[in-house]
Design a protein. Structure first.
Lengths: 262, 161
């Protein structure tokens, strides 16, 4: 790894100030960033650890009935404590492995927006609000493509607020070597309709499958999506699966998610 | 360089470390606690699992500076006070839960973290918890058996010898 300075601020304000410096980079749990730096694919001059900021940790309920999760909350804590939103707790408990879940954070995962990460599917399917040190961003406006988000330089995800669906389920087709999703589908049924978010499949990162949402909003059953077909164009194609294979998996995972949720 | 202080296996230690010093490097090179193994150095294999404030973490994927003020436990702190093997270590010996032994420190540390939260895990629980611990000798059956035995459960019906 290249040499860098590491600071551990204890307040959001101090972290924002530290990130003002050129080439400074926020460090969440480091489960992606540290391996990336070892490969010398990232070389920040300064890392600002967000791991020592108490106001960014924990799970609670808002007055509006949303599950609110501090941006620096590890996956293991979400898995254990987000019991008001079982689909989300279940998703968090499937990320990586137990030791990774004890370090990796929700804010880090969303900010990185890996096209195969699990959390983006949860945020998009639930219509979550991503809260930063300066504003609130709707999940629909947050994800802008593979590893791209609407976060500005130095902006920190301090909290994520999830509306709680009536029923939901995340169905993950595991890529066992990386433990990321080869394809993952989160289905969330709200009183005013169903949202379906797909990770691992598209070259443009997580996306909502609108056609399935319409079909499931009219008829929340696996049969409603069995005849739908997604195109393999613009799907990720690699040695683990072709674009067509992933497109097919999206359909199968959606059906399984609906069955498990209903 | 920055000074870090932490408790490792019950002893307070302090040292000056670079920002890029990994917890695994700090334990092995600065403290000479070489029981924490570095297998892959890419957070896949789990040979470097240690406890930080009671949670299992991969020491190769955490900076030493982030453990400042933490309570760190390594394989060297697992034996009983009189130096005899603790019940997990003893179960690994009794049930032949190791072959080359390289993954064993991480396996034992993961097992200890599992049994702290889940004192009577099912075979499925154990296998699921060990997802991030790779044994290249593929000795998983006896590792699972050893952990089940360490939890005080009957292991006569589990997997093959």
């Amino acid at each position: 790894m290249y040499e860098f300075d590491l600071t551990r601020p204890t307040t959001i304000a101090d972290a924002v100030a530290a990130l003002n410096e050129e080439d400074a980079q926020a460090l969440g749990g480091g489960q992606t960033l540290i391996p990336t730096m070892k490969q010398r694919l990232a070389m920040p001059s300064k890392l600002v650890s967000l791991g020592a900021i108490p106001e960014m940790k924990g799970v609670c309920m808002s007055d509006a009935g949303e599950v609110c999760i501090g941006g620096a909350t590890p996956h293991a804590v979400v898995s254990a404590e987000a019991t008001a939103f079982p689909g989300l707790a279940d998703l968090a408990g499937q990320i990586g492995d137990p030791a990774v879940r004890n370090r990796g954070t929700i804010g880090g995962s969303l900010a990185n927006n890996d096209p195969s990460a699990c959390y983006p599917a949860a945020a998009l399917a639930a219509g979550a609000t991503i809260v930063t040190n300066s504003r609130e961003i709707a999940a629909d406006d947050f994800f802008e493509g593979m590893f791209e988000t609407s976060l500005e330089e130095g902006e920190i995800i301090t909290e994520v607020r999830f509306p709680v669906p009536e029923v939901s389920h995340y169905e993950k087709f595991l890529q066992p070597a990386s433990r990321f999703a080869l394809v993952g589908v989160m289905v969330a049924k709200f009183a005013d309709g169903v949202r379906v978010a797909v990770t691992g499949a598209s070259e443009n990162g997580v996306f909502r499958w609108k056609e399935a949402e319409q079909a499931l909003s009219a008829n929340f059953s696996a049969d409603a999506v069995s005849d739908l077909a997604l195109s393999g164009d613009e799907m990720i194609s690699d040695l683990h699966g072709s674009g067509e294979y992933r497109a097919h998996l999206v359909n199968v995972m959606t059906g399984r998610a609906v069955k498990a949720a209903s | 360089m920055a000074q870090v202080s932490m408790t490792v296996n019950g002893k307070t230690v302090s040292a000056d470390v670079e920002g890029r010093t990994l917890l695994s490097e700090f334990l092995r090179s600065d403290l000479h606690l070489t029981g924490t193994h570095v297998g892959c150095d890419t957070s896949q294999c789990g040979a470097c699992v240690v406890h930080v404030n009671g949670d299992a973490v991969k020491a190769c994927t955490m900076f030493a500076a982030e453990a400042d003020g933490a309570d760190v436990g390594t394989i060297e702190g697992q034996a009983n006070e009189d130096g005899t093997l603790n019940n997990i270590q003893q179960a690994f010996q009794d049930h032949h839960g190791l072959q080359c032994g390289f993954c064993t420190p991480g396996m034992v540390m993961s097992a200890a973290a599992l049994l702290k939260d889940n004192p009577k895990p099912s075979e499925h629980d154990v296998r699921a918890y060990l997802e991030g611990n790779i044994c290249r000798c593929t000795g998983y059956h006896n590792i699972v058996k050893a952990i089940m035995a360490a939890s005080g459960q009957d292991v006569s019906s589990i997997a093959a010898e």
